[in-house]
Design a protein around this ligand. Structure first.
Ligand SMILES: [Zn+2]
Length: 237
């Protein structure tokens, strides 16, 4: 383990910067949202997390009061602050590129040039149209171009992009593109398989349907490689 650690001290910061730059580049000069980038205003992080929490609390309180709830009740009194903290510090903390996990890369010393698949990564995120959860499994694969990544970093990357108001298509692409940047290869594939509470708990109330999205880069466009990935993932497992 020691050996791996020393290998990696320098690239770390650079990789993180590379992804941050990619994120900012995709937002464009006017920070207008492309389809891949989360629509954020240019002043998104001008105020601190604490200021955001303080500002959200009265708004959430107002929603509850408008719904007719009595905020003097012991059970409800703390809810506006609790929700404000949860939004800023937990559910949506991945909006801020400062919270991007550092990506530990290792030299691929053992020359493993085959596909690596990490399947069944649990994720929880929130639909940006209804602010209710969607959640499921992410399956992530890449073929090393000379660098390999700590496996837990794949989980962390999925988690980071999940902690935003999201749509599943964008979440899938954001994870895929970030991984391509970090690993310096196009050969990345992502599949996400999720249940959306905005479909199952409201609206059409269909609780049997799943939504599957995919991202294929580089060699994963080739029939053989794609089939191998899909076989490894075999989502019926
Ligand atoms: Zn929704």
């Amino acid at each position: 383990m020691k050996q791996k650690e020393t290998l990696l001290t320098t690239p770390l910061k650079e990789e993180k910067l590379a992804v941050d730059n990619l994120l900012i580049e995709e937002m464009g000069d006017e920070h207008k949202a492309s389809s891949v980038e989360t629509p954020l205003r240019a002043d998104a992080f001008d105020i601190s997390d604490e200021e955001k929490i303080a500002a959200i609390e009265p708004h959430f309180k107002a929603i509850m009061e408008i719904l007719g709830m009595d905020l003097r009740d012991d059970s409800l009194r703390g809810t506006p602050l609790r929700v404000a903290k949860m939004y800023v510090k937990e559910l949506f903390q991945g909006l801020n590129p400062a919270n991007m996990p550092s990506m530990t890369l290792f030299e691929n010393k053992f020359q493993y040039n085959e596909m690596l698949v990490e399947k069944n990564i649990n994720f929880y995120t929130n639909c940006e149209h209804h602010f209710v959860p969607f959640f499921g499994k992410a399956h992530v694969a890449y073929i090393s171009s000379g660098k390999v990544i700590g496996l837990s970093k794949l989980n962390r990357l999925v988690e980071y992009f999940s902690k935003r108001p999201q749509v599943q298509e964008r979440l899938t692409m954001q994870v895929g593109k970030a991984l391509q940047t970090v690993l310096q290869t196009q050969d990345v594939a992502i599949m996400m398989d999720a249940k959306h509470l905005c479909v199952s708990s409201r609206g059409v109330k269909d609780d049997s349907s799943n939504t599957i999205t995919t991202f294929f880069g580089g060699k994963f466009h080739e029939e053989q490689t794609k089939i191998e990935f899909l076989k490894d993932v075999d989502i019926n497992d």
